[in-house]
Design a binder for this molecule. Structure first.
Ligand code: GDP
Ligand code: MG
Length: 447
């Protein structure tokens, strides 16, 4: 789903993150890449323009405030994308029961399929669900719904002999009251014309739905704005289900168009199967297409750390020259353990994989960090400053004092030594790059 948009955005961000400095040129290149990606996904031109302007404006402000870390800029991109997708609060409230949901829309957009998918969605959440087939217009509409309902063991109410949808509903109204969620399928038309408006208006009067959801295919791209606006005006829809997100490159256009039309997307259909259905949550959605983990959480932590620690110029110098000692190592471990599991942190940082750090170095586990810290607590000041003197007797004493094995003390020394060698091999600008990633304050050990 939306692979093209996702790939294009990701490669733009990757290019940006791998640049050494943020300047006007790299920022413009990033914005251009985002523009191209959005336009290819059929997002309306004026919207693309306004999001580019916001990104540029906010990025310059952040840089002006001294936030040179690229994460801040990537975070702005993320936030602006979330903004054009309609922010939060799309969930259907099912505290009152039964809740009735009426699905409407043109022929072939996926009403009947979505009715069954949604039934399964609520059923999985432990709710008692029934389906009501009020498509009396299309032949075999009722049978299609029964087939789908049977598959998921959800009762289906309908009467293929009755042509009046309101009468069908009245026939089963009392029975539907025994359920938590009542999903009502309705009949479509080729286009939104008066007879459809009249029929749905009557059905809505009878059903008294808590939600009227417009079901439309994402393949119409930005035309979803016009269509959603028309349905909203004529039938007072409360939200949208965007189907067929799996088979189109125009999904980005459709999603943003709904948002522009002032309609919340409640669900997206991502395939023909009954489970190919998801609640739409803009933040999660954007994180996914940008291919980043929880950027918010990472930035929060990076901010806290920057607050915690003043820049340590001496340590930076020692790092740059490869002359750092166990004290530095210890400080790094403390910072690291506050950040959470290492591999997870690396995943959260876009482009981190590109700094050429061996993968197994990343796999140092959290408890090992703790163990190392305990061992170092049993070292003398002299030993911490000058690790090369730690041999034979000293190893024995440190192991005893910390309650660890001598082999564990040796392992720590070995890891430290490996790192020292690796740091020597890193160029100064790589180190600065790493330091900047973490708010520009703390130079980080790349392991
Ligand atoms: P209705 O006329 O609005 O009730 O539409 P249907 O529910 O009968 O669906 C029309 C066609 O669209 C069917 O072939 C469905 O399998 C297909 N369809 C519905 N939703 C999706 C979706 O999310 N992805 C894909 N690929 N096909 C879908
Ligand atoms: Mg149908």
């Amino acid at each position: 789903m939306l692979e093209k948009l996702s790939d294009a955005l990701k490669s733009g961000i990757k290019r940006f993150v791998s640049a050494i400095f943020i300047d006007e040129k790299t920022l413009n290149a990033l914005v251009n890449d985002i523009q191209r990606a959005l336009l290819q996904s059929d997002v309306a031109v004026d919207l693309v323009f306004s999001i580019s302007e916001s990104i540029k404006k906010r990025a310059k402000e952040e840089i002006g405030k001294g936030h040179v870390a690229k994460e801040y800029i990537v975070k702005i991109v993320y936030e602006e994308l979330v903004k054009i997708l309609g922010e939060e609060g799309n969930k259907i409230d099912i505290t009152k029961k039964p809740i009735r949901i009426l699905l409407i829309g043109l022929f072939g957009n996926g009403k009947t399929t979505s009715a069954a998918k949604m039934a399964k969605f609520f059923q999985k959440r432990g709710l008692k669900v029934c389906l009501v087939g009020l498509d009396t217009f299309r032949l075999a509409a009722y049978e299609q719904l029964v087939q789908l309902g049977d598959k998921i063991h959800v009762p289906v109410f309908g009467n293929p002999k009755e042509k009046d949808a309101v009468k069908v509903f009245r026939q089963f109204e009392a029975e539907t009251k025994k359920f938590d969620v009542v999903i009502v399928d309705s009949s479509g038309r080729d286009a939104l014309k008066q007879d459809m408006i009249d029929e749905i208006t009557n059905v809505a009067k009878a059903v008294q739905p808590h939600e009227i959801l417009l079901v439309q295919g994402a393949d119409i791209g930005q035309a979803a704005n016009e269509q959603t606006t028309a349905f909203k005006k004529a039938l007072n829809i409360s939200g949208v289900i965007l189907t067929k997100m799996d088979g189109t490159a125009k999904g980005g256009g459709a999603i943003t168009a709904c948002s522009v039309a002032g309609a919340q997307i409640k669900f997206i259909g991502v395939g023909e199967k009954i489970d190919d259905f998801e609640e739409f949550e803009p933040k999660r959605f954007v994180s996914r297409i940008l291919g980043m983990g929880d950027l918010d959480a990472l930035l929060e932590k990076a901010k806290e750390l920057a607050k915690d620690k003043a820049p340590d110029k001496d340590m930076e110098k020692r790092l740059m020259s490869g002359k750092f000692n166990l004290n530095d190592f210890k400080a790094q471990l403390e910072t690291m353990s506050k950040m959470g599991p290492l591999t997870k942190i690396m995943d959260m940082i876009p482009g981190m994989g590109m700094s050429g750090i061996p993968k197994d170095m990343l796999n140092v586990q959290q408890d090992k960090l703790k163990k190392f810290k305990i061992i170092m607590d049993s070292m003398t000041k002299e030993e911490l400053e000058n690790p090369d003197i730690i041999k034979g007797n000293r190893i024995e004493r440190i192991a005893m004092g910390s309650g660890k094995e001598q082999s564990e003390v040796r392992e720590l020394l070995k890891q430290f030594d490996q790192l020292r060698k690796m740091m020597k091999g890193l160029k100064g600008k790589d180190l600065q790059k790493l330091a900047k990633r973490f708010g520009g304050k703390m130079p980080k050990m790349p392991f």
